[in-house]
Design a protein around this ligand. Structure first.
Ligand code: FAD
Length: 506
């Protein structure tokens, strides 16, 4: 049976953060994910690397300060995946302006030397110049501030590649079905099911970490059916529109929606991303469905600000995720729950990491591995991720393109047709080429059409119909690259077409 120092369960931001931290400290590490890496909440974020202006209003200064520090670290460690973005709050009434300005100045102050740029008061003309698509009737002035933006799964894949390069083992489509315990009741391994091959294996580890996000409670029950951490699941949904609704490169921040939340309209990969809602949900899943109510609410709120009205027909894609919020008890007012994280160790030695946000994944991982060392027989080794570069993950760099061409050359003999085939787009409405499909299979552990179209590229999230149109072409190329059968291809096409329907608004 293979033996590791640390086994991590869950291949989202939290699990992969722990994996990078553990491997970079020199521990032999195994990470297992029951679906694909990022299949859960970590592919469904609003794509902001931020302190969270809203958490300031809740008085959660410690969380905001910690997240702002992490924001700076992330842009230093992955500058090709995180960018500095201007946000504007347009003011249509004179009273709230000074309130928001004071709050944002505090936000600037808390970022200290990690500031992304100072907040500023703007005239109505300046607001109009930065946000040419918003309504100008009644516009008094505005405030701008700077925050971070990223592509969540591209960063996740960068973490995955960094981790495997350091010798870490990572298995997707591998579900933990049982915890193995010693006679004294101490956890010493896991039993897993490979969902693609339908085989079972056991692995031993000195420590097992539960980084399963919204599945935390269910996983804990495998350890002890009577004990649980209260995780309140909260669903958040997004809509994706054409770029024409938010031209330029500035994000719109709506500070108070009719249900008391913040809503963003953000330029993302040449599209407009609108989100998010915050609704208590009973059903825990990696694929929550966006509700009609959420769609109507976001369209109505956006239309109060956009010059050009949007409708359901303009939605190119829609996606939802579930926040694993930590609480003392269940509450339905999910927007008031803190986004802080917590680490706990069970009697049998299971390490549970819950809550947090994408932005703070590195600090969450540092705290988790510190606690894992303290509660086990692992030899102490310090955290080194504060300035660890995450150099992978940019598929559009010249270097990456050349590597893809190199790899693909062995499969297509004629150079001219090779170049032509690779430079062809997966669909005319999408910014991705066939070369990126090959790259994802060869270098990023992509195993299914969904892995490629949803998480290695963001095709499904940008334009669901275009992703559906690309299915057959992508499946054929993947069949070749992965050496799979015609039956495999047919099944992949069928499965992806069924799955992607939920991203299309009818
Ligand atoms: C709508 C929304 C918007 C957000 N926006 C932002 C934002 O802009 N910025 C920000 O910083 N944060 C944001 N967040 C928060 C952030 O996305 C989450 O905190 C983070 O992604 C959680 O990651 P995770 O790894 O804990 O969970 P997940 O990504 O859900 O990963 C858990 C994984 O565990 C796996 N798993 C479960 N059980 C098993 C098992 N038995 N065996 C193997 N694997 C298992 C699951 O398949 C899943 O992939 C947002 C969250 C939501 C919901």
């Amino acid at each position: 049976m293979e033996q590791y120092d640390i086994i991590i369960v869950g291949g989202g931001a939290t699990g992969l953060g722990c994996a990078v931290d553990a491997a970079s400290r020199g521990y032999s590490t195994l990470l297992v994910e029951k679906d694909d890496f990022g299949k859960g909440t970590s592919s469904k974020s609003t794509k902001l690397v931020h302190g969270g202006v809203r958490y300031l209003e809740q008085g959660n200064i410690f969380l905001v300060r910690e997240a702002l520090q992490e924001r700076k670290r992330l842009i230093n460690n992955a500058p090709h995946l995180v960018s500095n973005l201007k946000f504007v709050i347009p003011n249509y009434d004179v009273i709230r302006g000074p309130y928001y300005y004071t709050g944002l100045k505090l936000y600037d102050f808390l970022s200290g030397s990690g500031s992304f740029g100072a907040s500023k008061y703007l005239s109505s003309e300046e607001v109009e110049e930065l946000l040419p698509n918003i309504k100008t009737e009644g516009l008094k002035n505005g405030i701008s501030y700077q925050d971070g933006q990223f592509d969540d799964t591209r960063l996740l894949i960068s973490m995955l590649c960094t981790y495997t390069e350091m010798g870490g083992a990572a298995l997707n489509y591998t579900e933990v079905t049982r915890l193995i315990k010693s006679e004294a009741g101490r956890i010493e391994g896991i039993k897993v099911m490979d969902k693609l091959k339908e085989t079972e294996t056991e692995y031993r580890g000195k420590v097992v970490i539960n980084a399963t996000g919204v599945f935390t409670e269910a996983f804990q029950k495998m350890d002890n059916p009577n004990v649980s951490i209260a995780v309140t699941p909260s669903q958040g949904s997004h809509l994706v529109f054409d770029k024409k609704f938010l031209e330029g490169n500035t994000a719109l921040m709506i500070p108070k929606t009719s249900d008391g939340r913040i809503l963003f309209a953000v330029p993302w990969h040449d599209h407009t991303l609108v989100g998010t809602t915050d609704v208590y949900t009973e059903s825990i899943s990696n694929d929550p469905k966006v509700t009609d109510q959420e769609i109507d609410f976001m369209i109505e709120t956006a239309n109060a600000y956009f010059k050009q009205d949007t409708s359901r027909d303009d939605i190119l894609s829609t996606f939802a995720g579930i926040r694993p919020l930590v609480t003392q008890g269940k509450t339905l007012d999910t927007k008031s729950i803190s986004r802080s994280h917590g680490v706990s160790v069970s009697e049998s030695g299971l390490i549970n990491i819950t809550g947090g946000k994408w932005t703070t994944y590195r600090k969450m991982a540092e705290d988790t591995i510190d606690d894992a060392i303290e509660s086990s027989t692992l030899t102490e080794s310090p955290c080194v991720t504060h300035d660890l570069r995450l150099d992978h993950g940019g598929t559009d760099t010249e270097e990456a393109r050349l590597k893809v061409y190199g790899g693909y050359a062995s499969q297509i003999e004629d150079l001219e047709s090779k170049d032509k085939a690779l430079q062809e787009k997966v669909d005319p409405a999408l910014p991705y080429t066939m070369a990126q499909v090959v790259w994802a299979c060869d270098n990023e552990l992509a195993k299914t059409v969904e892995d490629v179209l949803a998480r290695r590229t963001r095709a499904l999230f940008l334009n669901a119909q275009a992703a559906l149109d690309a299915t057959e072409k992508v499946a054929s190329l993947m069949q070749q690259v992965l050496g799979e059968s015609e039956a495999w291809k047919r099944q992949q096409v069928e499965e992806f077409r069924r799955f992607a329907q939920d991203y299309v608004v009818k």
